[in-house]
Design a protein around this ligand. Sequence first.
Ligand SMILES: *[C@@H]1O[C@H](CO)[C@@H](O)[C@H](O)[C@H]1NC(C)=O
Ligand SMILES: *[C@@H]1O[C@H](CO)[C@@H](O)[C@H](O)[C@H]1NC(C)=O
Ligand SMILES: *[C@@H]1O[C@H](CO)[C@@H](O)[C@H](O)[C@H]1NC(C)=O
Ligand SMILES: *[C@@H]1O[C@H](CO)[C@@H](O)[C@H](O)[C@H]1NC(C)=O
Length: 501
Amino acid sequence: MYIIKAIIFELLIINAYGELTIADIVLPKDPNTLFLEKLRNGEINFEKDIQLGLGFNLSEIFNIGEIFQNNNPTDYFQEKLKNGKLQLPPNFGLDIYKFLKNYGYPVETHWVQTEDGYVLRMHRVAGRNGTKGYMAKRDRPAVLFVHGLASSSFHWVVAGPNKSLALQLADQGFDVWLGNTRGNTWSRQHITLNPDIDHEAFWQFSYEQCGQYDLPAKIDYIIAKTGQQKIFYVGHSQGTSIFFAMAALRPEYNDKIALFTAFAPVVYLKHMSSPMYRFLVKYMDKVEVLIKNIYELMSYNWLSARIQGLLCLEEPFSQFCLMERFFLSGFDPYQVDQTQIALETAQSPNGISKNMLLHFGQNIRSGFFQRFDYGPELNQKLYQSSIPPNFTLSHVTVPTALYYAQNDLFVPVKAVEQLTKELPNVVKSKLISFKYFNHMDFVNAVDVNKLVNNDAISLIKTYVDNGGTTTPAPPPGNSPAAAIKFNYGCILMIILLALYS
Ligand SMILES: *[C@@H]1O[C@H](CO)[C@@H](O)[C@H](O)[C@H]1NC(C)=O
Ligand SMILES: *[C@@H]1O[C@H](CO)[C@@H](O)[C@H](O)[C@H]1NC(C)=O
Ligand SMILES: *[C@@H]1O[C@H](CO)[C@@H](O)[C@H](O)[C@H]1NC(C)=O
Ligand SMILES: *[C@@H]1O[C@H](CO)[C@@H](O)[C@H](O)[C@H]1NC(C)=O
């Protein structure tokens, strides 16, 4: 039962804590300087502040009590700071604007309004030699990237010019657009609703509405702006679920997309093995009651994010940071770049609605890719059926490329195999060849170019060469052998969960 308390506590605390900030409005002028100043003045208590950010006693769950007891992080980092030895890595804690500026990428902000009144921010990035004219040109193929759960546009660029798929495409002349789903740090706005006051109304959405309203608004905007007939779409995790939802509910949008590239497609979740989620689902009814009056979860907090990011950099504290990642997405110590995790952590999480979490929970429980379950009465009114209908995958006629990984705790191999069979126009279904590759490795694995990006770029270029209309012959399926492999991280987590529940 402990883990459940921990998760609920986490949700509650992050929520209460996160509500203090609306990232780009309340953010201090120079957060890193302020952060170091607080550290110098002893105003940061690592163990307590992380617990506040995470919501659970790390020492108990990850068994690293000894690390914290033998090395007090506050003393440790204060000492380093005093001796001038505390170096934050370049670009640490920078938001996407400053981060891209440092690398020489021009970035524009574009606002779009959805049919249901949400105001979303997209970041448009050009290549490093870009000029104004460079971006205004009409014939550069446009690519829309959409991030995963609790993430943001930043996650498509954190890997830097050499490894970020988005930045590599920008350097090669593509017109790159980075979306932000409703409610996240950059898209926390509505024409009439205030997210901090009209909690229930503003946060009444799951990934379904992001597909139904956000994506069409973004796609139409980009098409209007660029004059192109079709654009490319790249999604990671929830960024794929929302695309499948859109194409199923509004099939006319299939014709506006040249190619849909799906990294770690989250559709069928019956066999998902992320222990944290499985527990959440097991106790979902209790969780729902406990978070009844909470609507926004995991919003961005600049201080907590930096504290956690800093810990990712220094042994022995970095262990907790890595465990957190492995715990959620799969145990892969081989593809981890610790500096990357630190940069990413310092800009995470970015806020979700409660219903996003609950919707995935419902999908895990039923095993179907179904619409949001509001309960029999409201379902009847909305769907003319007491149980929610499935999203119609046969409507997803856009050319689709699926990339998935054997050690992905969220997306079971079996689920993608089933999806590959059911979708009408799969042009590629590729199991990543590295067996430990996990859910988050798609963003910034050490070998992400070799394992994912090079292949994705060459497929996209095939479609550019074909004017975005011709379907190349599907390559032979990359059929995985036995998928069950020993996963020590997972076993360790299960043991820990068994001990503490
Ligand atoms: C966390 O758990 C450890 C081990 O049970 C305990 O010693 C420590 O006091 C706890 N920390 C807090 C802040 O509760
Ligand atoms: C930018 O332009 C310079 C000079 O023309 C060239 O050498 C360099 O490779 C270009 N950089 C990129 C990222 O395209
Ligand atoms: C990218 O790769 C180039 C060439 O290998 C290297 O010189 C440069 O330092 C790398 N840049 C980053 C940010 O890693
Ligand atoms: C959704 O799909 C599953 C599997 O095909 C099926 O058993 C179930 O009845 C469907 N649900 C609805 C509401 O049609």
